[in-house]
Design a protein around this ligand. Structure first.
Ligand code: NAD
Ligand code: ZN
Ligand code: ZN
Length: 346
């Protein structure tokens, strides 16, 4: 089969590799029908995620058709159309019992395209298939379902729910990439009074407006602190969500939150950030971090099916599977191409 293989920082190739095989009786082999690229894949290609070693097939998001299952698989069958989630779960360890699948002790967590071969391929081996693949309702288009493999649950769980967004809140989302935009989408479910989007790229801020941001701030040209203070009587935002993954934006989300407010970090960070505890110790703030667990996937599937969450505007570009190198270029140059999520399908 063909696959997108990582060959060390800055190097990748769409090339011929052996087909995956069932190695455990909880595995399924899934034929990939639709697949996408994540900001985290770009971090990997920068060398920010050293656990990904050369030779690894990239990708942790897919919709596909089950081709074969191991003897222990009970709930998915050959021929089923499934969502392959970015998080795998053994289902039996202490953390899986708590719904903290990202911390799975039994060999799950974020493994696809990280510790084992991923979804950017013709076929993928999905471990713990009963807990890690979701059979899709017949009427749901594959590319809409694909938005549930990572961005929608990530922003909903790690941004909106961890941040505790409540009706009437002023919510600031720093970073208006697919993750920030899906945080805006998720926050709107809770009727905030204002959503403020902060980014450096006007194309992304334009998208933020379309996704429902009430105020946009290009932080290269305007000071977000002045805008947020003006909006909140000088107090700061109730909830700030970090969706970039660099020290400056984490520090900004802390500066923008009101006393008693909540900072929810989603970004993957490759460098230390400064926490000004000498200023923050007295401000009663809560800071949360985390990788997505995907405990909300079934709920989000219903919200997408009823269009209370519209997954369609995230999809800006379509490619064939053979066009992976071009799709990466378009996604990596989002400020120029306007790319949000690129979908590659057969
Ligand atoms: N925690 C998790 O489970 C999880 C899951 C998926 C992605 N992520 C992370 O979320 C982050 C966002 O992902 P994405 O796919 O949207 O990435 P992306 O690269 O498409 O978007 C990032 C956005 O941040 C903007 N930006 C860059 N520097 C900025 C600055 N100094 N100030 C304001 N805006 C700035 C960019 O213009 C861009 O619009 C990444 O760090 C990604 O690795 C985390
Ligand atoms: Zn991802
Ligand atoms: Zn587990």
């Amino acid at each position: 089969m063909r696959a997108m293989v990582y060959h060390g920082p800055g190097r990748k190739a769409w090339e011929e590799v052996p087909d995956p095989e069932i190695t455990d009786d909880s595995d399924a082999i899934v034929r990939v029908d639709a697949v996408t690229i994540c900001g985290t894949d770009l971090h990997i290609l920068k060398g920010d995620v050293p656990a990904v070693t050369p030779g690894r097939i990239l990708g942790h998001e897919a919709v596909g058709t089950v081709d074969e299952v191991g003897d222990g698989v009970r709930t998915v069958c050959p021929g089923d159309r499934v969502l392959v989630s970015c998080i795998s779960a053994c289902g039996t360890c202490q953390f899986c019992h708590e719904g903290r699948y990202r911390q799975c002790l039994g060999g799950g967590g974020w493994i696809l395209g990280h510790k084992i071969d991923g979804t950017q391929a013709d076929y993928v081996r999905v471990p713990f298939a009963d807990n890690s693949a979701y059979v899709l309702p017949e009427q749901m288009p594959s590319e809409e379902a694909l938005m549930l493999a990572d961005i929608l649950p990530t922003s909903y769980e790690v941004g909106v729910l961890n941040g505790g967004v409540r009706p009437g809140d002023v919510v600031v989302v720093v970073g208006a990439g697919p993750i920030g935009l899906s945080a805006i989408t998720g926050a709107r479910l809770f009727s905030p009074s204002h959503i403020v989007a902060v980014d450096l790229a006007d194309t992304r801020l334009e998208a933020a407006k379309q996704f429902g941001a009430d105020v946009t701030v290009n932080s290269a040209k305007e000071d977000p602190l002045a805008v947020v203070k003006a909006l909140t009587g000088g107090l700061g935002a109730d909830v700030t969500i970090e969706a970039v993954g660099v020290p400056a934006t984490f520090e900004q989300t802390v500066a923008l939150v009101r006393p008693g407010g909540h900072v929810a970090n989603i970004g993957v960070h490759g460098a230390p950030a400064t926490l000004h505890l000498e200023e923050q110790w007295i401000r009663d703030i809560t800071i949360t971090t985390g990788l997505v667990d995907t405990y909300s996937t079934a709920r989000l599937l219903r919200l997408v099916a009823t269009r209370q969450v519209d997954a369609r505007p995230f999809i800006t570009h379509h490619f064939g599977l053979d066009e992976f190198p071009r799709a990466y270029d378009v996604f990596a140059n989002a400020a120029d191409t306007g790319a949000l999520k690129v979908v590659l399908s057969r």
